[in-house]
Ligand binder design. Structure first.
Ligand code: C2E
Ligand code: MG
Ligand code: MG
Length: 259
């Protein structure tokens, strides 16, 4: 049961966290496997509570429970639109940025209008924003997810499926929903050297995705063996600690965008 008093407390904390810039947006770069060039980045939130950085796995489940997560997602999206707009004024290289879209956005009838309003306000191309829906979000709401996908595609946003392979009906989801990017969960790549069966599965998924005209991102890549293997089998993009952890926007700009 949802406790209304608790919801109010959390809502107040979230709002003051956003106002006081305690909610931080970090960026983790993605790279093309073949060329090792920068391909984009993912926005990932952290909460700075009195100097202690709290990770999203601690507060996102709470925000979901109290149905406040859409407020955070909107905040992240707005800040990312603002950031891309600033980058273009500064003459930085413009790269697509992905944001995580919680399942509750699907129930928000106004969500699509909010998306339009934001890209208008910051005058950016929707093709620079990639909306990540998790596989579980899609599984639990196939019809709503399909409708959302069609609507955001019409506007020109990029749609990706996050954490692919962690749910129960991964393949039927691919049949149902027209995505641009598949983010394969890191669990696929943990034992690639030992598991021939695992490699056969990875290679088949990448092959299938390419036949469906879907790009593949491998998540959670931590070592050179994984990278070499994924390059060899034509995985499109790589995200993981081997290249970079999620870092602050300033650090990201200094390291990747300034000439
Ligand atoms: P995700 O969207 O699947 O994001 C990838 C997670 O994997 C991130 O964890 C990232 O730091 C981590 N990661 C990246 N490379 C590696 C690696 O090489 N090794 C390992 N072990 N981990 C790696 P993070 O930042 O803790 O985020 C966790 C989850 O929280 C995200 O998973 C996403 O589902 C959620 N999340 C983060 N920001 C937001 C947000 O703004 N809105 C919503 N709705 N969810 C968010
Ligand atoms: Mg994600
Ligand atoms: Mg993921």
């Amino acid at each position: 049961m949802m406790n209304i008093k608790h919801k109010k407390i959390l809502n107040d904390r979230l709002n003051s966290g956003m106002e006081n810039k305690e909610i931080l947006i970090y960026l983790q770069p993605k790279f093309y496997a073949e060329t090792r060039e920068l391909a984009g980045a993912e926005a990932l939130v952290r909460w700075n509570r009195n100097g202690r950085i709290v990770m999203p796995n601690v507060f996102i489940p709470l925000l979901e429970k109290y149905e406040l997560i859409t407020i955070l997602d909107k905040y992240v999206l707005e800040n990312i639109c603002d950031l891309i707009n600033k980058w273009s004024y500064k003459g930085y290289k413009i790269i697509p940025i992905s944001v995580n879209e919680s399942r509750q956005n699907l129930y928000n009838k106004n969500h699509i209008n909010e998306l339009i309003a934001l890209v208008d306000k910051y005058n950016i191309s929707p093709s620079m924003i990639e909306l990540e829906m998790t596989e579980t979000t899609v599984v639990h709401n196939v019809e709503l997810a399909k409708e959302a996908e069609r609507n955001v595609h019409k506007l020109g946003f990029v749609v990706s499926m996050d954490d692919f392979g962690t749910g129960y009906s991964s393949f039927s989801m691919l049949k149902n929903i027209n995505i641009d990017v598949l983010k394969m969960d890191k669990s696929f790549f943990e034992d690639i050297l030992e598991s021939k069966r695992g490699r056969i599965i990875i290679e088949s998924i990448i092959d299938m995705a390419h036949k469906l005209n879907i790009k593949v991102v491998a998540e959670g890549i931590e070592n050179n063996e994984q990278l070499d293997y994924l390059t060899k089998i034509k995985c499109d993009m790589i995200q993981g600690y081997f290249f970079e952890k999620p870092i602050s926007i300033t650090e990201f700009e200094n390291k990747y965008l300034k000439a």
